[in-house]
Ligand binder design. Structure first.
Ligand SMILES: NC(=O)c1ccc[n+]([C@@H]2O[C@H](COP(=O)([O-])OP(=O)(O)OC[C@H]3O[C@@H](n4cnc5c(N)ncnc54)[C@H](O)[C@@H]3O)[C@@H](O)[C@H]2O)c1
Length: 333
C-alpha cells in the first residue's frame, strides 16, 4: 500500500484526494496547505494528518508519494525537496515556468533515480485516447488535419488569484494551451517540423488567446486556447479530426464519427469513472484524473517505468510552448 501526501488543497488537491479514495493500493495519509479552512475540510473528509508547512509533510517518514498540487510557480522548489527526500513524486502540469527549472528537475531525477509523473491528464482522457488509437491504427485511413480547441473563463477558484498573475501561472498559454500541445506530441509520437503561433493580448499586454499550427510532414494540426471567456461560458474542450475516410468531431462530452460512406458512429467510451462529487473546478467528472492516477499507482505497484506523462515528456512539451510564446515576443509585452 502506497501512502500519499498531497501539497496544496485547492481545486486539484481535492480532485486528487477524491481519486485516491477510489483507487486500490494507495492511501491518502496527509495533506499540506497554507489555508486553515481547507486543511480542516480535508481532515474531516479523509481523516488525514494536516500540515501548514509543505516541508514538514515532505519529511513525514510514513509517506511514499508526494503529490504536488501547488500553484505552478511553486512546483520546482517542492518537487526538488521531495525528490531529494527520496520520495516518489506526482507534479501537476504545467511542470514549471522555465526551461532552466525543467532541466534542473530532469538532472535531479537522473541523479536520484526518482519516479516522477506529471499531470498531463489529456493523455488519459477517453476521447483523446480514442483519437490517438484511431490515428496510430489508421482506423479511418490516414490523418489529414486536426483542430483542437480549449476555451474557458479565467479560473475563478484559485488561491490569491494566482492564475491571473502571469509571473506565477505563465499565463493561459502555459497553463491551458499546454494540454493540447502535449497531447499533440503524444498523439503524433513525434516533434513538429515547425510551428506558427498567433496570439491576442489583454490591454496590459498579456497573452489571453493563442493559436498555433504545427506541421508534421503533410499533416496539419492546430490548437487554439483562451481563458478570457465570460464567466457564464461553459468550459469547452473539442477537436475536429479529418481522416481519409471520416471526420471525427468531439465537443466536450460528445464524440461523433461522420464517414464518407454515409454512415455515422458514436463510439462508446468505456473506462469513465464518475464519483458524482462536486470537485469545485471546471471539470465535473473525475474520469481522466482517476485514469491518470490509477496508471501512476499501477506502474508503481508493478515496479514498471512511468512512460505516459513522464518528467521528460512534460519538460519537452513545456519547452515547445515556451518557444511558441517566445516566437510572439513573450507572455507580456
Ligand atoms: N490537470 C488539470 O486539468 C489542472 C486543472 C487545474 C489546475 N491544474 C494545475 O494544478 C496546480 C494547482 O492548481 P489549483 O487549481 O489546485 O490551484 P488552487 O489555487 O485551487 O490551489 C492551490 C493550493 O496551494 C496552497 N498553497 C499555496 N502555497 C502553499 C505553500 N507554500 N504550502 C502549502 N500549500 C500552499 C493553497 O492554499 C491552495 O490550497 C497548478 O499547477 C495548476 O496549473 C491542473
Amino acid at each position: 500500500m502506497f501512502k500519499v501526501g498531497i501539497i496544496g488543497c485547492g481545486g486539484m488537491g481535492n480532485m486528487h484526494a477524491t481519486c485516491y479514495e477510489a483507487i486500490d493500493g494507495v492511501q491518502l495519509v496527509a495533506v499540506a496547505s497554507t489555508n486553515e479552512d481547507q486543511l480542516q475540510k480535508m481532515q474531516e473528509e479523509y481523516k488525514v494528518k494536516t500540515y501548514f508547512s509543505a516541508e514538514e509533510l515532505i519529511l513525514d517518514s510514513e509517506l511514499d508519494i508526494i503529490d504536488i498540487c501547488l500553484p505552478t510557480f511553486l512546483h520546482v522548489e517542492y518537487a526538488i525537496k521531495a525528490i531529494e527526500a527520496g520520495k516518489i513524486v506526482f507534479i501537476e502540469k504545467p511542470l514549471c515556468l522555465t526551461a532552466e527549472d525543467a532541466d534542473l528537475l530532469l538532472e535531479t531525477q537522473k541523479r536520484t533515480g526518482a519516479k516522477v509523473q506529471v499531470g498531463h491528464v489529456v493523455r488519459f482522457w477517453d476521447e483523446y485516447v480514442w483519437l490517438k488509437n484511431a490515428v496510430e491504427n489508421k482506423i479511418y485511413g490516414n490523418l489529414i488535419s486536426v483542430n483542437f480547441t480549449r476555451l474557458s473563463p479565467l479560473p475563478a477558484w484559485s488561491w490569491n488569484d494566482w492564475f491571473n498573475d502571469h509571473t506565477k501561472s505563465g499565463s493561459m498559454a502555459l497553463d491551458m494551451h499546454i494540454h493540447d500541445t502535449d497531447f499533440i506530441r503524444y498523439m503524433m509520437n513525434a516533434e513538429p517540423d515547425n510551428f506558427k503561433t498567433n496570439v491576442t493580448r489583454t490591454k496590459a499586454g498579456v497573452i489571453d488567446y493563442i493559436s498555433t499550427s504545427y506541421n508534421f510532414g503533410d499533416v496539419l494540426i492546430s490548437a487554439e486556447a483562451c481563458w478570457a471567456m465570460p464567466g457564464n461560458f461553459p468550459f469547452k474542450c473539442a477537436f475536429t479530426a479529418r481522416f481519409d475516410d471520416a471526420t471525427v468531431v468531439f465537443d466536450t462530452d460528445t464524440l461523433n464519427v461522420y464517414k464518407f460512406d454515409g454512415t455515422h458512429e458514436q463510439p462508446e467510451m468505456t473506462n469513465d469513472f464518475d464519483s458524482g462529487s462536486d470537485t469545485g473546478i471546471n471539470v465535473s467528472n473525475l474520469g481522466p484524473y482517476y485514469n491518470e492516477l490509477k496508471y501512476f499507482i499501477d506502474k508503481l505497484s508493478k515496479n514498471e517505468p512511468i512512460e505516459t506523462a513522464s518528467l521528460n515528456e512534460a519538460a519537452t512539451s513545456l519547452k515547445l510552448v515556451l518557444s511558441e510564446i517566445q516566437s510572439v515576443g513573450g507572455v507580456k509585452i
